[in-house]
Design a protein around this ligand. Structure first.
Ligand code: AKG
Length: 293
């Protein structure tokens, strides 16, 4: 297993993240804590599944289905009551602040991925090279060329004047609620890819398809234990296969993006309709393993 640290190695984890673009810290959450989080996620999905609109969001947009399984829950931390505190574990906040060198805020509300046995959910190689933003107040923006979701705009690198590597100021946090195994469709990464920057800015040759063709043999399975946390940069190419696990097996992971507090995307504003996302992220106490206590 590559890129794995124990929960107390936070300085080491930071160094590994900065130099390798990805690190998994094992043992951040206890089995009991993950049982609680799993229960909150399952309850959210069950409640949303019973109605057409859940907490102000249309259920058919909030849940992603694959055969008769639910494998995606968008806007995770806004709709899963009690879930947000897990994303504020002191070990998580510490790795983020050490890596980015300043306080951090949300760059996404979060998404739960669950490769459920019997589903056919599969995700091809991609980078998460977009920012979820709003048009500036009072300025008319033609949103025709953009993907919008839940009232926000997904701005991609080729939409803006790309002056610096915004993706080195943004980190994806993935809480591995269930064990992530090859059998249940663990995420795979192409380790060196995060250094390439957004591949959509590469010219005709040298884009994503060429990079994958040249490097797919280097793919690493992000195998991870229950209660571990994986951190990686959004330009890390990642994918995941269908779960081949026996019936009843879930592979829940809760992922959200965090940005350096000072990061601005010129011409756009960070959303403020989810107040927690607009505030500085502060560590919460009361976890079984608390490196700050
Ligand atoms: O967990 C997975 O299956 C893949 C996650 C993913 O593609 C993403 O976070 O963008």
């Amino acid at each position: 297993m590559n890129h794995v640290k124990t929960a107390l190695d936070l300085q080491d984890a930071t160094e590994e993240l900065k130099t390798q673009g990805i690190v998994t810290v094992e043992g951040v959450f206890s089995a009991e804590e993950m049982r609680t989080f799993r229960g909150l996620l399952d309850r959210t999905i069950a409640e949303a599944n019973r109605v057409d609109e859940y907490k102000g969001r249309p259920t058919d947009k909030l849940l992603g289905k694959s055969k008769d399984t639910v494998w995606l829950l968008w806007e995770l931390y806004a709709v899963c009551e009690g879930g947000l505190r897990f994303s504020r574990h002191p070990a998580i906040v510490s790795v983020l602040e050490r890596t980015l060198g300043e306080p951090v805020r949300h760059a996404s509300i979060g998404t739960m991925f669950d490769k459920v046995a019997g589903g056919d959910a599969e995700i091809g190689w991609h980078q998460d090279t977009f920012f979820i933003v709003d048009p500036p107040k009072g300025r008319e923006v033609d949103l025709g060329g953009y993907w919008t979701q839940f009232g926000h705009v997904h701005v991609r690198p080729d939409h803006i004047d790309w002056q610096e590597d915004y993706f080195r100021k943004t980190i994806i946090v993935r809480i591995n609620v269930d064990p992530q195994t090859i059998e249940n469709g663990a995420m795979k990464v192409l380790p060196g890819s995060y250094l390439e920057g957004p591949l959509e800015l590469a010219g005709e040759s040298g884009g994503l398809a060429d990079y994958v063709a040249a490097h797919e043999h280097e793919a690493v399975d992000s195998i991870a234990g229950e209660g571990s946390v994986t951190f990686y940069y959004p330009t890390m190419l990642h994918s995941s296969a269908v779960s081949e696990a026996p019936p009843g097996v879930h592979r829940r992971a809760a992922a959200h993006r965090v940005r350096a507090e000072s990061l601005e995307i010129p011409g756009w504003e960070w959303p403020v309709d989810w107040p927690e996302g607009a505030e500085r992220i502060r560590p919460e106490s009361g976890f079984d393993l608390d490196p700050l206590s």
